[in-house]
Design a protein around this ligand. Structure first.
Ligand code: C2E
Ligand code: CA
Ligand code: CA
Ligand code: CA
Length: 280
């Protein structure tokens, strides 16, 4: 067993070194990525759990690196957070998404009525963020309730008092708050009644585990009950099968998001799919 362990270590080291070298390259290239127009925003539809019609979209950032192709957001968002570049990048995403949303809203053939944008904990902690957000909301004429910001709950429990103040400041500007990836990692359960938010997002790992791991459905049931008791809306992500959709609808989940209803797509791709279906 000792021998195998040593071999595993020898094989692992070059891979680790290569990974770290790649991170260094990406960290460097990330700074030019916006100016070089390598970044773009895609939008994933969300449907009402009863109507199964598109009601809203979540904006998701993409980076097409000239040599490495599409870099996973989990990788480059973390790099941008470490360097602080996420402040600029996050505002860029917000501007792009609000601009696109304003176009969609003006078009009666487009069903999108709400927009969700992910917010990094680094952005939430930035004292300048509420004013910058307010300026964008004004510029694009965003009405109360049209924009929702998704924040991962783990980011909120390190300093609950600060989180309460910051989230309240955003909600005071008519922006809704969703707790993203709910139920994974550190849980804000203990503080849930204190946090000002509107929506709970059930993490896709629970949905994937339906019918595979026995507790998954029980946990989802409990999350929905908790959300309802607190008078919050619930969105489930990672919906890939009609069985998952029906289970979630039965639990009382308000909106469904997942590959079953569409992958994250460019506005042009979405326009093609909406042109194919009759307008409501
Ligand atoms: P997230 O906010 O939890 O976004 C949901 C992720 O689940 C997205 O991955 C989406 O493509 C994926 N997904 C949705 N439905 C399904 C499904 O049915 N099956 C499977 N297998 N996956 C599904 P993506 O786009 O790779 O984004 C990963 C994460 O990167 C996001 O997780 C979010 O935490 C972060 N991210 C993406 N864009 C932004 C951004 O503009 N700002 C910030 N701060 N974070 C972002
Ligand atoms: Ca999200
Ligand atoms: Ca999520
Ligand atoms: Ca996530």
């Amino acid at each position: 067993a000792k021998g195998a362990g040593r071999n595993a270590l020898v094989e692992f080291e070059p891979a680790l070194a290569a990974r770290q070298a790649e991170r260094l390259v990406l960290r460097h290239d990330l700074r030019q990525a916006l100016a070089a127009q390598q970044m773009f925003v895609v939008y994933q539809p969300r449907v009402g759990s009863h109507s199964r019609q598109v009601a809203s979209v979540e904006a998701l950032l993409r980076w097409r690196h000239p040599d490495h192709g599409l870099v996973p957001p989990d990788t480059f968002i973390a790099l941008a957070e470490e360097s602080g570049f996420i402040l600029e990048l996050g505002l860029w995403v917000l501007r792009q998404a609000l601009q696109q949303f304003a176009l969609w809203r003006a078009d009666p053939a487009v069903p999108v009525r709400h927009l969700s944008v992910n917010l990094s904990p680094v952005q939430l902690a930035d004292p300048g963020f509420p004013a910058a957000l307010h300026a964008l909301v004004q510029e694009f004429g965003i009405r109360p309730g049209e924009l929702e910001l998704e924040v991962t709950e783990g980011a909120l429990i390190q300093d609950v008092d600060a989180a309460v103040t910051r989230l309240a400041a955003l909600r005071a500007r008519g922006v809704a708050i969703a707790l993203d990836d709910f139920g994974v990692g550190y849980s804000a359960m203990r503080y849930l009644n204190r946090l000002p938010f509107d929506t709970l997002k059930i993490d896709k790992s629970f949905v994937f585990a339906f019918g595979v791991e026995r507790p998954a459905l029980a946990i989802a049931t409990a999350i929905v009950a908790l959300a309802k008791a607190l008078d919050k809306r619930v969105v489930a992500e990672g919906v890939e099968t009609p069985e998952q959709a029906d289970l979630l609808q039965g639990l009382g989940v308000n909106e469904l998001q997942g590959y079953l209803y569409g992958k994250p797509q460019t506005p042009a791709e979405l326009a093609r799919s909406w042109a194919g279906s009759a307008p409501a």
